[in-house]
Design a protein around this ligand. Sequence first.
Ligand SMILES: *Cc1c(COP(=O)(O)O)cnc(C)c1O
Length: 392
Amino acid sequence: MTHEELVRLDHQYTLQTYGRFDVDIDRGKGATLWDLSGKEYIDFTSGIGVISVGYGNEKWVEAITEQAGKLGHVSNLFYTQPYARLAEVLCRRTGMAGAFFGNSGAESNEGAIKVARKYSFDKYGKGRGTVLTLNNSFHGRTVTTLAATGQDVFHNYFFPFTDGFRYADPTIDGVKEVAGHDVCAILVELVQGEGGVFPLDKAFIHDLAILCAERDWLLMVDEVQTGVGRTGTLFCFQQYGILPDVVTFAKGIAGGLPMGGFLVSERCRGVLGPGTHASTFGGNPVCSAAALAVQDILDDAALQQVAEKGQYLRERIEGLELPCLGKTRGLGLMIGVEVRDGFTNKDLAARLMDAGLLVLTAGHNVLRLLPPLTITKEEMDKGLAILDRTLR
Ligand SMILES: *Cc1c(COP(=O)(O)O)cnc(C)c1O
């Protein structure tokens, strides 16, 4: 099939909900992709933070293949080893007390919202179901997680949205301003991803944890993008000196297979009992086996390297002093690069793609880099050379 044939087929039969780049992708290895014509791309996107351990990672392929041959699916009415083992590994590595597995980031955040509302209902009864989120946040595309998302552009068309969300500026005064007796929890991204790669201030998060304890609000962290090693620790909260009540994850957890879920702290362990929450595919044995392989690959040494690689990329990019790019920010391999006035991120991304480097955009005018965590120095240097050549 040629590129033109594929584009025609896609346009004829699929809902055109994605503003796709004019690129098709056929196969990948490590952090390198090839399209149908055989053209090579260095991938600084990893499928929006999903391909955590690289394309075609051998351990990952082996784990999936073996599990698929053994047991592809069974309902959650039965015990399976991959589900329990994955929960154990995640709890041990984070200090959290229990795990639930679903399929996507939005579903994971919906689960977190359910934990918060039920925790509060069990303890205080009705009238305390409001969840605070932050301005410029992103929490998903379902009707409820759109409502949770603190950006007006997402609150359109699909009325009525789910009630019970208020949005705060990311300061302790900003949070207090929208607080009230109806609040049960606050949900935050520690590095706002879609919003433009903004790491939250550590002092703010420290004060927020104290406020949550004072008011018996659950402190919930959306780590759908920051989780699974992306920022240089297994979860980003581990760099913020807090132990949240709920941590959600998805994107990179199973290295490319669809999986999400959340971890809860000891005090929230019993909140969701039998019959209160479920997901048909959640914790599917093949996805869980893939996620276990990811955990195995992303050991502490690999996480240390993520921090180092992030530092290297940022220093090199700033060192190029390209006329269209400004400062970089972020944590680990979650990097935002400011685009200077007079240039647009979409246009720069398209030019880079043409030249063989895939990058993402975010926020107002930011290039976002989320390379596979296992990217090699050679691949980073190849990508940087394309960046230099194309944007100079
Ligand atoms: C991507 C993302 C989501 C949504 O995840 P889906 O799997 O697309 O539902 C939610 N929160 C954050 C922080 C994300 O980056």
